[in-house]
Ligand binder design. Structure first.
Ligand SMILES: O=C[C@H](O)[C@H](O)[C@H](O)COP(=O)(O)O
Length: 220
């Protein structure tokens, strides 16, 4: 199976976690795109979706999936999203597509985070994938110096602006032994909007697609 076929298998397995009549949270990325394609087939079963990016909104709008603003709901029963890396404690690096801030907001109000991945995303230690950090533009050089002081090598994602009008620094050369502590440390840097560590609010369910099938793991 190709990596894309594995992503699709994980994504379609997540349809089992969509409650009837619910408004659900929907992430961003190539794996989630397969989920949205599957969701289109059961759209009459749900009340709507809160989107984490302009790209996912456009894809769902094209299918006629009703979009709901996060300001219209107090909580969501489930949030389905991919990851760039996930470790054994279900902490993740996300934001390879630059959608980390809205993803983290939607995840924060969701009762259950269902992470959909192909098996290449499972790692022992987070950090081989460069950690995305969304930054207010005027702070970019300050934040880069502070990230270097924390031990990483930040590189500006050239020609990229987030849905929120900000910049992304991708931090290379990390081996993150304590994801929750590192997530908090980066959040203390003035000018940082969000960092791509989802450790304080990690995944609850991991649907990991390997050539032998989709493994279903629950946290704890
Ligand atoms: O900003 C993008 C998101 O965090 C994605 O969930 C992540 O980058 C994984 O993307 P993909 O499913 O394309 O590998």
């Amino acid at each position: 199976m190709t990596q894309d076929e594995l992503k699709k298998a994980a994504a379609l397995a997540a349809l089992d976690y969509v409650p009837d009549g619910a408004v659900i949270g929907v992430g961003t990325g190539s794996t989630v795109n397969h989920f949205i394609d599957g969701l289109a087939g059961i759209k009459s079963r749900i009340a709507g979706a809160v989107s984490s990016s302009e790209a996912s909104s456009a894809r769902m709008r094209a299918y006629g999936i009703p979009l709901v603003e996060l300001t219209e709901v107090d909580s969501l029963p489930v949030y389905v999203d991919g990851a760039d890396e996930i470790d054994g404690g279900f902490a993740m690096i996300k934001g390879g597509g630059g959608a980390l801030t809205r993803e983290k907001i939607v995840a924060a109000v969701s009762e259950r985070f269902v992470c959909i991945c192909d098996a290449s995303k499972k790692v022992a230690t987070l950090g081989r994938f460069p950690l995305p950090v969304e930054v207010i533009p005027m702070a970019v050089r300050h934040v880069a110096r502070e990230l270097a002081a924390l031990g990483g090598t930040p590189k500006l994602r050239e020609g990229f602006v987030t849905d929120n009008g900000n910049l992304i620094l991708d931090v290379h050369g990390l081996a993150i032994d304590d994801p929750q502590a590192f997530e908090s440390a980066i959040n203390q840097i003035v000018g940082v909007v969000t960092n791509g560590l989802f450790a304080r609010r990690g995944a609850d369910v991991l649907l990991l697609a390997a050539p032998g099938g989709v493994q279903r793991h629950e946290r704890g």
